[in-house]
Design a protein around this ligand. Structure first.
Ligand code: GLP
Length: 260
C-alpha cells in the first residue's frame, strides 16, 4: 500500500485530483473511457471542489468519464434532499460536462421485490463498462467502505444492507434526528470494490485515526471491512496528519521490533 500523508485535506485532495486528471488524459490517449468509482460523505468534498475547478479553469473534460457511486440510502428517491444521487449532483455532476447516461448511483427507492434485480443490474453495468479503473473511498468509523459494515465478507456483491448503529448516529448530522436516518442502504460489495484496478482511500481528522490504524495495521478481517484493502495490489491512502497518527506510531513500533 502507498501511504500519502499531507498537512491538510485540501493538499491531499489536490494530489488525488491530479491523479484523476492524469487517468482521464491517459485514457483519452488510449481511446478508452475511464471508469471511476465515487464515494459520498464529507471526506471527498475537497476532491470534488478541485475536480470542478480543474474542469472550469483548466478545461479538464469529463465527457468520456463513466462513474459508479458506491451506495444509496434505502427508501430515498433521487430527489430526496439527503439522497446520495442529489449529493453527487449538487457537489460534482451538475458542475461538470459528464453525460447523464454515464452516471450510475444505486436506486434507493425500489420495492423490496426488485432489490435483487437492481443489485444484479448494477454489477452487470460495472462489468459492461469494463470494470472500475479507480475506486475512490472514504472510511466510516465502523471501518466500513461503501456501506459494507462490520460482518461483511470480502466477496460480498451489491446488496441491501442494514446500517450499523454507529453509522446511523454519525448520519444524524445530515438528517437532523436519528429517527429520520434510514435503517438500510444499497451498497456495492467488498468484492466489487476489491475488483477495481486501483483504489484511493481518503481519511481526515483525529476522529478517523483509530479506525485507520485498525484497518491498515490490524488483522485483515470482516470486523473492519476496510482491512480487506490490505490484500489489494494497488491501494493508495490519502491521509492528513491527524488521521495518520496511529498508523505512523504503529509503523514506527513495527520498524522498531523488526530491528530488535
Ligand atoms: C458514509 C458513506 C461512506 C463514507 C463514510 C464516511 O456514510 N456511505 O462511503 O466513506 O460514511 O463519511 P464521512 O466522509 O462523512 O466521514
Amino acid at each position: 500500500m502507498d501511504f500519502h500523508i499531507f498537512q491538510t485535506p485540501e493538499e491531499a485532495s489536490h494530489s488525488l485530483a491530479r491523479g484523476i486528471a492524469s487517468l482521464i488524459k491517459r485514457c483519452e490517449v488510449a481511446g478508452k473511457r475511464p471508469v471511476i468509482g465515487l464515494a459520498t460523505g464529507r471526506t471527498p468534498l475537497a476532491l470534488y471542489r478541485e475536480l470542478v475547478r480543474m474542469h472550469r479553469e483548466e478545461g479538464l473534460s469529463f465527457r468520456n468519464v463513466i462513474t459508479f457511486n458506491l451506495d444509496e440510502y434505502h427508501g430515498l428517491g433521487r430527489n430526496h434532499p439527503k439522497s446520495y444521487w442529489r449529493f453527487m449532483h449538487e457537489n460534482l455532476f451538475d458542475h461538470l460536462d459528464i453525460l447523464p447516461e454515464n452516471i450510475h448511483v444505486p436506486r434507493g427507492d425500489i420495492e423490496p421485490e426488485d432489490t435483487v434485480r437492481e443489485c444484479q443490474e448494477y454489477e452487470a453495468a460495472i462489468a459492461d463498462a469494463g470494470g472500475i479503473d479507480l475506486q475512490i473511498l472514504g472510511i466510516g468509523r465502523t471501518g466500513h467502505i461503501g456501506f459494507n459494515e462490520p460482518g461483511s465478507g470480502a466477496h460480498t456483491r451489491t446488496r441491501l444492507v442494514e446500517l450499523d448503529p454507529v453509522t446511523r448516529a454519525d448520519a444524524v448530522a445530515d438528517f437532523g434526528h436519528l429517527s429520520a436516518v434510514p435503517e438500510m442502504a444499497l451498497t456495492v460489495g467488498c468484492g466489487t470494490i476489491l475488483e477495481a484496478r486501483s483504489i484511493a482511500l481518503m481519511a481526515w481528522g483525529s476522529g478517523k485515526a483509530t479506525v485507520v490504524g485498525k484497518a491498515f495495521l490490524g488483522p485483515v478481517s470482516g470486523d473492519v471491512p476496510a482491512s480487506f484493502l490490505q490484500d489489494h495490489p494497488s491501494v493508495s491512502l490519502y491521509l492528513d496528519e491527524p488521521a495518520a497518527e496511529l498508523l505512523a506510531a504503529g509503523c514506527e513500533e513495527k520498524h522498531h521490533h523488526s530491528k530488535d
